[in-house]
Design a binder for this molecule. Structure first.
Ligand code: GLA
Length: 384
């Protein structure tokens, strides 16, 4: 990650101005609770010590201009008509956030900024939510305006759904904005209540990137979401009180079993995954690594067989990680490519990484990349 003095210097060389504010925004991993957020269920993610840095200053030009060191490209968004015409790739996030802030009645002021990060896009670590948070905090800071973090998370989620086209849930945006050092967040995605859960120091979180990008898995992501909604509608006809798949209980299993495939398996995943999240929270509280590991492994199987969002490479990485002594391993994020999260004893990290790399190479012929991350604070804004 570019050190601050260098980023500030870059701001000077690109826009001839000194910084007035700094923003950081982390990526996230999800310990467990996958594809449950848009079903109003439970998730257990954490912000990580990788992400984005932005150095910026207000301007009187009525535009938002951002240079990305990662993409080596500048994007310019006019603040009076931010969404017009739609820009390709990362510029679209700037447009979407500026558009949503405007709709929320925030008086936008022009700004220039430079941005750098160390989150690979499409690796399942929520680089897009980090970008949304960084942009939103920069625009708010430039206008000296504030929006409460949970409201900002909802605004960023709307931006992504409506303008970028991924009908995502709220997990990533809430985690990136509300993360806390050393803690995971148990989020009830119905009430949006957040409870912090400590991750014991002896447990290390290893992100094992398959190197296969989730090349705009939007279509299949949105398809899963529609399947869940269809399953909930049918189940709601069978039992009053089922509005979303969150409302399912083990007593509903016979009704779930009577659904046509794949709705049956999609509903079963959400029911069992919600239970596994609560089980994992309990295991963390008891420092019971064996139960936690089993819950992670069961989550992967359910995502593989019932929810069908895994890939050959993700499965190979999970096998390699388990073979190298992981307490538990599962795909993290939306799936369809990206990364595996493995939980291991911290004392075993070095041997684990090299053995997993070897195992993954042997079964796929590919090179994985590995990152041991720490649960970290959410996005930060400060005036310089
Ligand atoms: C993506 C979405 C999240 C969530 C996960 C799957 O990361 O942005 O809202 O649905 O997939 O758990």
């Amino acid at each position: 990650m570019t050190p601050w003095p260098e980023l500030d210097h870059l701001l000077w060389t690109r826009f001839s101005t000194r910084p007035q504010f700094h923003v950081t925004a982390p990526g996230r991993i999800n310990l467990i609770g996958e594809h449950t957020d848009y079903n109003e269920g439970f998730v257990l993610p954490a912000a990580i010590d990788r992400g984005l840095r932005l150095s910026g200053a207000s301007s009187d030009e009525g535009t938002f201009r951002v240079w990305s060191a990662q993409f080596r490209e500048e994007v310019l968004v006019p603040l009076d008509r931010p969404e017009d015409p739609p820009l390709p790739s990362w510029g679209r996030y700037l447009q979407a956030i500026a558009g949503e802030l405007r709709r929320a009645g925030v008086p936008l002021r022009g700004a220039v900024a430079v941005l750098d990060g160390d989150l690979p896009a499409g690796s399942g670590l929520s680089s897009s939510a980090a970008l949304e948070a960084a942009i939103a905090l920069a625009l708010l800071g430039s206008a000296r305006a504030t929006v409460e973090r949970p409201d900002l998370a909802r605004l960023a989620q709307r931006a992504e759904s409506e303008f970028v086209g991924v009908q995502c849930g709220i997990m990533d945006q809430l985690t990136v904005l509300l993360g806390m050092r050393g803690q995971a967040l148990l989020i009830d995605c119905r009430s949006l209540e957040v409870r912090y859960v400590s991750i014991p120091e002896h447990l290390a979180l290893a992100i094992c990137d398959t190197g296969v990008r989730r090349s705009l898995g939007e279509t299949r992501y949105n398809e899963r979401r529609r399947e869940c909604e269809a399953a909930a509608r049918r189940l709601g006809q069978a039992r009053a009180g089922i509005r979303t798949l969150r409302d399912l209980t083990p007593q509903d299993l016979p009704t779930i079993d009577a659904l046509p495939d794949p709705l049956r398996r999609r509903a079963r995943h959400v029911l069992t995954e919600n239970a596994r999240v609560l089980e994992a929270v309990e295991a963390l509280a008891q420092d019971d690594a064996a139960t936690l590991g089993r819950a992670l492994n069961a989550s992967h199987r359910s995502l593989q067989e019932d929810f069908e969002v895994s890939t050959e490479e993700l499965d190979a990485m999970v096998d390699a990680a388990r073979g190298a002594g992981a307490l538990g391993a599962r795909l993290t994020g939306a799936g369809f490519g990206g990364s595996v999260l493995a939980m291991i004893e911290r004392s075993r990290v070095d041997a684990f990484t090299s053995e997993t790399a070897k195992g993954y190479r042997a079964s796929t012929g590919r090179e994985g990349t590995f990152l041991v991350c720490r649960p970290s604070d959410g996005a930060q804004f400060s005036y310089v």
